[in-house]
Ligand binder design. Structure first.
Ligand code: NAG
Ligand code: NAG
Ligand code: NAG
Length: 477
């Protein structure tokens, strides 16, 4: 509005033609021109930073090189591979008629590629869920020079040649044995709907545990917390829900403590459960469940800080707010301290990590089993305020970046030997057959300026960018 009236005044100045006005006119046009240039420059730089928008790959490379300059330790040749931007072209099939059932179920039309992803009859399903014969990887396969490569989305075999069952999982590095333990939902059963319009589910089987020294070769340690077969009032009765188990070790009590989301088939119980064991490989003894701080709690994780204080982070208030609070010293309960963060942002699937005294969190939005856009946040105190950094996903293609590579965050661990680099762990859920959900592990790097204009920093880029790089295959340095 003000711009157009200024130029109208300028035009009047010219047509009036009087010498008296010409100096004023020049000044006005200079000022207008200056603001135009400033505006264009700011537009240009915003476009350059918005990697998740549709920009050409050369723009992306530019941004990424910028990041690399700030990361001297990334000059290691293998690390350099991790931060290379990898494009992925998915050919869409021609439009086709859908069954009335599928079209009715979706009132809000998702991106066509997401629709293909959710349709278990899609002709391009193999792109999201490649089959066992062609696309399995692991220590039992003869992989030649691709041994120890991760293939995000392909079927990952354990040391016995069975697909790994550890969904919604987390990793514990056991310092006593220098061994990694991967805990997750063991879902190796049929998927069905408990009742009409209920969510797709698998009966609780229990928490699976796998051990590894190298984060690639995983040995099945069995079910370390099993379902309850007969007692219908028990939290772990197979008709209920057990999700996102995470294990931390208490130096104080020398116990391994498992926290998990406990629910009924309708997701109305919305509680956390706690179990305990003397050994990382169990058996875990189930202690109890509760609504932490008296609130509903669904997707959750636990984070153990350097100082030994552990925190519970959970989606609450019908998934609209994240709650964060410290655990008691024995890690068996929450304390009365709790902060509401990311209020009204509807984030779930939280995963927390820390680098140089700054806390980072990657979360998803809430769209059930359908994949959506991830967001990274940063904070100087884990209790907040948490500042939004934007979508961390880089590479693949636009839909990949808008769907977290068709996956949902679950955990982030430091990438051994490379400060500032992490492994981002996510689940590519397969609601038609949940046991066949895939793992998307990718390198995550902290560095470079954040994308988004930030709320609390008065225009100064205080935080680094969190970047998750797509690779169809990659390996640890
Ligand atoms: C493995 O070897 C094959 C054949 O020599 C080569 O084409 C391929 O690029 C190699 N893969 C890796 C990951 O080095
Ligand atoms: C069934 O589980 C409930 C809740 O854990 C418990 O209170 C009850 O004693 C159990 N019943 C039997 C028969 O074990
Ligand atoms: C879930 O809701 C359905 C329909 O409202 C009901 O029939 C069923 O009993 C509920 N199940 C549980 C476990 O609450």
């Amino acid at each position: 509005m003000s711009g157009s009236s200024a130029s109208a005044a300028g035009l009047r100045g010219f047509s009036g033609g009087g010498c008296r006005y010409s100096l004023l006119t020049i000044i006005i046009w200079t000022v207008v021109g200056f603001f135009l240039v400033v505006h264009l420059v700011s537009l240009y730089s915003r476009k350059d930073n918005n990697i998740h928008d549709d920009v050409s790959s050369s723009d992306q490379l530019q941004v990424v090189h910028q990041h690399q300059h700030q990361h001297l330790h990334l000059h290691h040749p293998v690390v350099h591979q991790l931060v290379r931007v990898e494009e992925e072209i998915l050919r869409m099939p021609p439009p086709r008629k859908r069954s009335p059932r599928t079209s009715k179920r979706r009132s809000r039309k998702p991106i066509p590629l997401v629709e293909e992803f959710l349709d278990d009859k899609s002709p391009i399903r193999h792109l999201f869920f490649p089959g066992l014969k062609t696309a399995a990887f692991g220590p039992t396969k003869d992989m030649g020079n691709e041994t120890s490569y991760y293939f995000p989305g392909k079927i990952w075999m354990d040391t016995e040649g069975n697909p790994i069952q550890a969904h919604g999982g987390g990793i514990l590095l056991d310092e006593k044995s220098n061994t990694y333990y991967w805990y997750g939902e063991y879902k190796d059963g049929p998927t069905y709907h408990a009742h009409k319009r209920g969510p797709a589910r698998v009966d609780i089987i229990g928490v699976g545990c796998y051990s590894s020294k190298d984060l690639w070769t995983w040995k099945n340690e069995g079910i370390v917390l099993g379902a309850e077969e007969t007692n219908k009032t028990h939290d772990l009765h197979k008709s209920n829900v057990l999700e996102r188990p995470k294990v931390i070790y208490s130096e104080k009590t020398q116990k391994y403590v498992m926290w998990m989301h406990i629910d009924d088939a309708n997701y109305t119980k919305a509680s956390v459960g706690v179990a305990i064991s003397d050994n990382p490989t169990g058996p875990f003894e189930y202690l109890y469940s509760k609504r932490p701080h008296g609130f509903d709690s669904r997707d959750m994780t636990v984070f153990k800080d350097d100082d030994g204080v552990a925190y519970l982070i959970y989606s609450s208030e019908v998934n609209s707010v994240l709650h964060i609070g410290p655990l008691t010293e024995d890690y068996l309960d929450v304390t009365p301290v709790m902060k509401r963060v990311m209020v009204g942002q509807h984030r779930e699937a939280p995963s927390i990590f820390k680098h140089q005294k700054v806390y980072y969190m990657v979360t998803s939005w809430c769209t059930g089993w359908a994949p959506n856009e991830a967001l990274a946040h940063a904070a100087e105190s884990i209790m907040g305020p948490w500042e939004k950094l934007g979508n961390p996903c880089i590479g693949g293609n636009k839909v990949f970046r808008l769907t977290t590579f068709f996956a949902q965050s679950t955990y982030v661990i430091p990438l051994p030997g490379v400060p500032g680099a992490f492994i981002f762990m996510a689940d590519r859920w397969n609601p038609a057959d949940l046991r066949d959900s895939r793992y998307v592990w990718l390198p995550l790097v902290i560095g470079g300026p954040a994308d988004q204009p930030l709320e609390y920093n008065f225009g100064f880029p205080m935080w680094s960018r969190v970047s998750i790089y797509w690779h169809s295959k990659w390996r640890l340095p």
